[in-house]
Write a protein that binds this ligand. Structure first.
Ligand SMILES: Cc1cc2nc3c(=O)[nH]c(=O)nc-3n(C[C@H](O)[C@H](O)[C@H](O)COP(=O)(O)O)c2cc1C
Length: 204
């Protein structure tokens, strides 16, 4: 069980680095899957997937996914609905600490599904990743071209998560169809953070 370091902060288990599934196998097996068994996710699987998307891998703070100018415009959230030893809530992934910070309490999957045009994958998945971005972190240096860079980065990070999920025997689908303003409200996002992608995770 993960230590709860404060009522709002959960330290995640350390990620592993010696999975037995090859990159080639994960690539071969990746498929968009939109319905899942009604089974909880383990916190160690969640920890591993968060790390794969945005985990820090060097003392200088470089991450698993590349970032233009190493400016790191992405913020990653988990909409947790059925995870062992993790209360249902929306959490922000804190990369430096590899921990979760509770942002919105309760199970928000149904609301999120409605914001995503009723897509049922979101309602049924034990957890959904919400990728957000602060464009200004990148456009400050690169101007309008920075917007393109941010979108590329979301793709890199989400693909990492999809392949990591497959390597853990889990399935995903990437979802781009949702109403931004509703998602922002549900996750109580700061004004500068823009939602980019939803990635439900579950077992088929
Ligand atoms: C940018 C983008 C947005 C997508 N949005 C959705 C979506 O809103 N809902 C959905 O069910 N699938 C969505 N998909 C998944 C595609 O439908 C899926 O990748 C495609 O059918 C190919 O299948 P595969 O992923 O199994 O290879 C999206 C994929 C991409 C790349």
């Amino acid at each position: 069980m993960s230590p709860v370091t404060s009522p709002h902060t959960i330290q995640l288990p350390e990620p592993g680095f010696a999975g037995e599934v090859s990159v080639e196998h994960a690539l071969q097996m990746r498929r968009s899957v939109r319905s899942y068994k009604n089974e909880p996710l383990s916190i160690s699987d969640l920890s591993q997937i968060l790390w794969s998307a945005q985990g820090i891998t060097t003392p200088r703070g470089f991450r698993t996914a590349p970032s233009a100018g190493a400016l790191y415009p992405l913020e990653l959230y988990v909409v947790a609905g059925n995870i062992i030893n993790l209360p249902s809530a929306i959490y922000r992934y804190r990369t430096a600490e590899h921990s979760l910070l509770k942002i919105v309490p309760g199970d928000r999957r149904s609301e999120l599904s409605r914001a995503a045009l009723q897509q049922s994958a979101i309602k049924k998945a034990p957890a959904i990743l919400l990728f957000c971005a602060v464009y200004e972190r990148t456009t400050e240096k690169y101007g309008q071209r920075g917007i393109r860079y941010v979108h590329m980065e979301v793709g890199h990070a989400a693909q990492n998560a999809c392949l990591q999920a497959i390597a853990l025997g889990l399935n995903t689908v990437v979802i781009g169809a949702f109403r931004d303003t509703e998602v922002k409200k549900i996750a109580d996002l700061p004004a500068e953070e823009q939602p980019q992608y939803l990635v439900p995770i579950g077992r088929q």
